[in-house]
Design a protein around this ligand. Sequence first.
Ligand code: FAD
Length: 361
Amino acid sequence: MFDYIVIGGGISALLSARELALSGARVAVLEKGQFGRESSWAGGGILSPLYPWRCRDEINVLARWSQQIYRQLAQFLLNDTGIDSEWRQSGLLMLALDDRNSASTWAQTYNIEQQVLSAEQLKHHEPVLSGKIEATGLLFPKVAQIRNPRLLLALRQNLANLGVELLEHHEVTELLSKTGRVTGVIAAGKKMHAQGVVITCGAWSAQLLFAHDINLPVYPVKGQMLLYQGVPDFLKNIVMLKDCYLIPRADGRILCGSTVENVGFNKDLTEEANDKLRSAAEYLIPELKDIPLERQWAGLRPGSATGIPYIGEVPGLANLYVNVGHYRNGVVLGPAAARLLADVILDRECIVDPIPYQLDV
Ligand SMILES: Cc1cc2nc3c(=O)[nH]c(=O)nc-3n(C[C@H](O)[C@H](O)[C@H](O)COP(=O)(O)OP(=O)(O)OC[C@H]3O[C@@H](n4cnc5c(N)ncnc54)[C@H](O)[C@@H]3O)c2cc1C
């Protein structure tokens, strides 16, 4: 018997389990495949919503909370596990914004450091950018990134150190319930009991609730990415132009993202995405044409109607909770979303108002 069973093995599951374990609870995490191999692995690790001034407040409130603790979290995990998640303040440089004034006003309101770079200044600041880009840049120098696959490895090791039961190849196929209360799950054909169950299954989260006539409006949104080899310090900042971003890792690799495709649970890689991403990347940095492409991959973001995640208790089934639907922001929102969930479950004072994140069925 566990205090809590957390279903899923991505960033939402691992951080939620961590918060519950830190409160002294006995926790099990059940993943249908391998830990940290789905959307959380596929993501870019930018620790900011892409255009925060265009996002709903409910997203930015969680993002700001996470941003304040991410560096400490990465440092803690490094000390505890020896795994470096590569938190780096690489800055986010946004080019040719149509709504630069809104962006600047937003940054002033929240006291976020910003720097406007003229087309001429851009040439000195990021010399690898194409000379054809006659645009103004808006730089947010404090925006950080994290190497999400490494963060997942570190979290997993930290959970093992905390005594959390980590079970791979344990697909949950059914929620067990009695008189309106969830009492456990069936996973890998076995019954497992707990006082509380948390669904953190990313894009797959709605499926477990169908059988209980509960509609969770979370659906898959495919994103494809490319990885270029590159050399360290070739590109300084994360650079964004329209739908395309480039993320320079510490070892010089450059990620290029990402497509947004509504094609259900299909994760096939396509030539079309490859061409689209390559041409956008190589328009920004012509030298990328000569740099080998190492890999292409796809992940399924957990989409929700507004991009605001659902965090809290599921109405109609006591002891059942969700932390799902973070869409394009699951890495940056992760620590705050997990803390808020634990605050709700453990009946503590919440870090932010929980009401906007409640599932309304
Ligand atoms: C291309 C791309 C780029 C992105 N870039 C960024 C970024 O730069 N910054 C950012 O903040 N976010 C980014 N995101 C979004 C972010 O990655 C997601 O929001 C986040 O990873 C969602 O995490 P999750 O744990 O909810 O889902 P997932 O990581 O998908 O994990 C869900 C897990 O649940 C498991 N599961 C499902 N059903 C069951 C079941 N019945 N039983 C047991 N296990 C089950 C799955 O196998 C999976 O491992 C990006 C996403 C993509 C695809």
